[in-house]
Each structure stands twice: as C-alpha cells, then as structure tokens.
Design a protein around this ligand. Structure first.
Ligand code: ASP
Ligand code: MG
Length: 422
C-alpha cells in the first residue's frame, strides 16, 4: 500500500471545527486506499501563546524547560485529531515525536534531526491504523531530553517521516492554495505556482517566504521527496516542489516569484582603516558570537583618510549581541562608530531561468526606480537578486516588482483561508 504523509499547520487545526474538517480529509485519504501518517502543528497561535507565558514567568527560560513547554502544543492537537478520526469510525493512534522515533541532537530550540526510526508508526500503519504524529519535536540521543526543531519545524518532521517511511509524497496542508508568486497578503494579484524546483524553493524559503521551513526543503532535496503544498480549506491542486517535471510543464519560467523579509537589521561600521585583515577581524568577532550574517557591502575608501565603511545584515534577534561583539574589538580595529538600523526590508526576486536570461537585474532596478524606491544594498546568486530598502517601502517594492515581471494574475484574487500570518 502506498504511504502518504500529510502535515497540517496551525491554522488548519485552529479550533474544534477545523480539527473535525481535517479529520474528514484524513479519513478520505485512508478510504482511497493509502496508508496515512499525519503530522500536526499546535493549534492556531498556541506556540506564540506558550512563549508569551514563559516570558511572563522568567526573562530567560531554560532551553530544556522551554522545549518541554512548547511541545505540549503539538500534543494537544495530535490527541484531538486522533479523537476526531475515532469519532468517524476509523482507528487512529497519536504519537509524540519521541515515540515516532524522531532522534535529534541536544540543541534545545533548534535541534537537528540525526535519525528517524519510525518502528511504532510502521506497526500502526501495518495494522491499518492512521498514525498522528506531533510535529516540531524529537528526543536527543545523548541527553534523552525532549527537543524542538525551531519555529515552523513541523514541516521538517513531515518530510523526515515521509523519507523514513518511503512515502510517495509529503503533502503540506496550509491556509493558502500553494506557493504563490508573492505573499498574497501583500500582493492580491499573486498567482499560484504549479511547480518549483527544490533549488528555487530553497531560495524562496531562505529569503523569507514563510510557507515552508527552510530545513524541510533541504531535507526533501536530500531524500528526493516530492512535496505537495496545498490548502486544507479547498480541494484545489497546490504547488509541487520537486525536480521531476510534473504534468505538461516544459521549460521553467524565468522568474518563480518575489519573496520578502522583514526580520533583518543592518549594522554599519564607520571609519574602518582600509588595510588587509580588518574585515577578517570584524567578521571573526561576529562569527564568534554565533551570528549568521547575510549581505555584506564595503564602500570604496576615501583616499584622503584611508577609511572605509562596512555594512552587513543580520537577524534582528541577534542585533544586540552583534553590536556588543563589535564594541569589544573597536579599540583593536580602530573604527569610528557602529550604526544599528532595524528599519530595513529585503526583497528577493527568484527564478532558475535568470541564469540564462540577461537583463533581470536591470528590469528589477528600473521597477524600483519608477516606484521611487531607493536601494540600499544588493546581493545576487545565480538564481536570485536581493535588494535592501526602507521597511515602510517594502510592500510597495514587492508589488512594483511583481507587476514589472508580468507576474500579476488576471483571474481574481488569491484566497487566504485563515491564519494570522504571524
Ligand atoms: N508550532 C510550532 C510553531 O509555531 C511548529 C510549527 O508550527 O511547525 O513554530
Ligand atoms: Mg505554526
């Protein structure tokens, strides 16, 4: 029997009614003759609620206890979904991540999966039962403590289980009909993408498209697991993320979509002596603080002073740590000041076809110029162009670029069925 793994996100299981709707959908898949393993997220904004609660108790919750707390969210939804399925006359068994064999390293809050041993799930499926697994969690091989995979980690749980169970497909159910050419909450004329390569989906996820967890796409690519992103609120075909051509698609379009990100800040180090080794000193300090940086720009030095400015972007959440780390090497490097700016936004244009099509950057910059939007930083990869703008101009920038590349759909607005987009 073919195995299908389905993952339902928080907005798909937000309340009792939604849970019953999802249960019906799961049962339909089972009745169609598939073995079904379901991964669930916490109901609605439960995870945020639990985080808020922890912060009210202490400013610095111990990682082990925070993971214990947050994993409770998924345990609530898994049990409720299993009960709703039982009520429809089918056998369902719920399992925590640990029971499902999701083995991780010991890093609380962002554990990595090191092995999946789904013996109990396989036994349940062999018995004809529907298995319901709590997403976003596992158990550390070393410490035996419960871990979480990082925000949005249920997608990764689903793909990891799909690979371990040798499933035909991993279906990710969400509150929109698939992956769109831009966030439909910002661009109502965004259109659904029929198929994306893993490479394009990786860039989209890395550039702020919140629809799929970055690590889930990395995992899917490694194990060659097709992902089908679709809505739990409609029966429409969604977006396939796979490198195998689906249906009658021939050549990929030049542009896949426009992603945006508001989670980064910019640090500018002013008056850096323009000598060999200075950038190395600066970025060593940032690396030692365990901060992942994104874009870097170094200006040409002013010839009279021999001084230059270096700017880079980093997650806002690491902003304070970054400024402090640089403060400690100010004397050694001898720069003048550090400027911190958390009012930036990043727009990224992504598409595998831009490799072989010149003029993509020129068109992007022209569209922004026409919309009166100033570009502060630029970075590119083979299949992506990203720019930094003021954060309050980002939405306009996304809309302008979406239109300039002919991505606007004419057939009505994209539907957002639920969720807060939080
Ligand atoms: N409930 C977790 C979160 O909100 C995991 C997930 O939804 O994938 O981040
Ligand atoms: Mg969630």
């Amino acid at each position: 029997m073919s195995v299908v793994v389905q993952k339902y996100g928080g907005s798909s299981v937000a309340d009792a009614e939604s849970i019953k709707r999802v249960a019906r959908r799961i049962v339909e898949t089972r009745r169609a003759g598939h073995a079904v393993c379901v991964v669930v997220s916490a109901m609605g904004d439960t995870t945020d609620g639990l985080l808020d609660l922890a912060k009210q108790v202490t400013p610095l919750p111990p990682g082990r206890e925070l993971d214990m707390l947050l994993t409770a969210g998924e345990r609530i939804s898994m049990a409720l979904v299993a009960m709703a399925i039982a009520n429809l006359g089918h056998e369902a068994r719920s399992f925590t991540g640990s029971q499902a064999g999701v083995i991780t390293d010991a890093v609380h809050g962002r554990a990595r999966i090191i092995d999946v041993t789904p013996g109990r799930i396989q036994t349940a499926l062999d018995a004809g039962h529907i298995a319901i697994v709590a997403g976003f969690q596992g158990v550390s091989l070393d410490t035996k403590d419960i871990t979480t995979l990082g925000r949005g980690g249920s997608d990764t749980t689903a793909v990891a289980l799909a690979a371990a169970l040798d499933a035909d497909v991993c279906e990710i159910y969400t509150d929109v009909d698939g992956v769109f050419t831009a966030d439909p909450r910002i661009v109502p004329a965004a259109r659904k993408i029929t198929q994306l390569s893993n490479e394009e989906m990786l860039e989209m996820a890395a550039c702020g498209a919140k629809i799929l967890h970055l690590r889930c796409v990395e995992y899917a690519r490694r194990f060659d697991m097709p992902i089908h992103v679709r809505s739990s609120f409609s029966a429409h075909e969604g977006t396939w993320v796979t490198d195998k051509p689906q249906g009658d698609s021939v050549e990929a379009p030049i542009i896949a979509g426009v992603a945006h990100d508001r989670t980064e800040a910019k640090i500018t180090i002013v008056g850096v002596p323009d000598r060999a080794g200075m950038a190395a000193e600066i970025f060593k300090a940032v690396a030692l603080a365990e901060i992942n940086i994104d874009m870097i720009v170094q200006n040409i030095s002013v010839s009279e002073t021999g001084l230059t400015d270096i700017s880079f972007t980093l997650p806002k959440t690491d902003g304070q740590t970054g400024v402090q780390a640089l403060g400690r090497i100010q004397g050694k490097v001898g720069f003048a000041t550090i400027l911190y700016d958390d009012h930036i936004g990043k727009l990224s244009l992504i598409g595998a076809g831009m490799r072989s099509h010149p003029g993509v950057s020129a068109r992007l910059f022209q569209a922004l110029a026409d919309a009166g939007i100033n570009i502060e930083m630029i970075s590119t990869s083979e299949i992506r162009v990203s720019v930094v703008t003021r954060d309050d101009q980002l939405d306009d920038a996304v809309r302008a670029v979406h239109t300039a590349f002919g991505l606007d759909s004419s057939d009505g607005e994209a539907v957002v069925y639920g969720g807060s987009g939080r």
